[in-house]
Ligand binder design. Sequence first.
Ligand code: AKG
Ligand code: FE2
Length: 332
Amino acid sequence: MISKKFLTDLEIDRISHALEDGISSLARVMGVNQHQIEPVKKLSQIKKSEFGTYFLKYPGIPCVVSDAMTHWPAMQWDFQNLKDRFGNIEIMVQPSLREKENKYTVQFRDYIEYVLGKKNASDLLQVGETTIPSSERLYGLAFHPFSTHPDLFNEFDECPYFVEDYFSGLIGERFRTAMRAFRHHWLFIGPKGSLSQFHSDHHDVMTYLAQIKGRKLVLLVSPNETEKITSPEGPLNPFSICMHTFKSYKEVTFFAAVLEPGQMLFLPRGWNHYVLGLTPSITLSKDIVNIFNFGEYFLNLFVRDLPYLATKLNHLPAHVKKQIGINWKIRD
Ligand SMILES: O=C(O)CCC(=O)C(=O)O
Ligand SMILES: [Fe+2]
């Protein structure tokens, strides 16, 4: 069994190699029983009217959809043309999703060279910044070119054909501006070994992960089993299971899939996901809200997390605030 959070290239190759024997071969590498690994359902030609009832009713069933992105201009994105488009932008990179510390600002152009293995982490960072251990990968997961390049919205579907989405379905320019300002779109660009540790998405949104380039391993755990993969020290790392901290890991079912370009993973609300880049990759992700999660989303964001929401609105650019009619400011 592999024993660290960040995996070396060799360890990732070992996982890729095991995957050639099928998804259940992961059990061997993870040190769990074969029956604990289930393949994620693969779907196409989905009827919207049936999808909600069968796949989204809590706790829902995650799935990989193979025919939602074929017509997207975004399928043409690659490392080179994104570098040509956004080379001068500065982006924030960090070792792993939800990592609070160790965030670094780097030039997008240099970061792409790093993603492709042509630069080391130390070449990327400014003089004076601490050197990072060579096992850690820097992940460009806060890259958000959409506000400065709204033309990007014409290159993919904000709402895939098989699902309802209030963010894109409700009409009105003001509403759309507000929703886009909220940042419900995410572009993840990362090297081989990029890591998003087990987490579920903010405020109970549902999410799609659209794979544009490269391959990723995804492991999913139902919201009903969250406590089995959670400890005060952090989430379970499926490739370094610590018996003491996670007594019940032998009871967890891991839904697993390898995401290939053109495939879209759809996650109902609350599903825990662990995502490992098997190669350099580009993934586009979008939050979805509809009748199946609106209640929880509303309670989370507008009731429980109201101070966060107010602060976020307070910090929107002045022209956006004006456009959507925010006439107030938070007092110091
Ligand atoms: O692709 C990844 O590394 C993680 C993506 C993710 O967690 C999300 O979009 O919600
Ligand atoms: Fe996520």
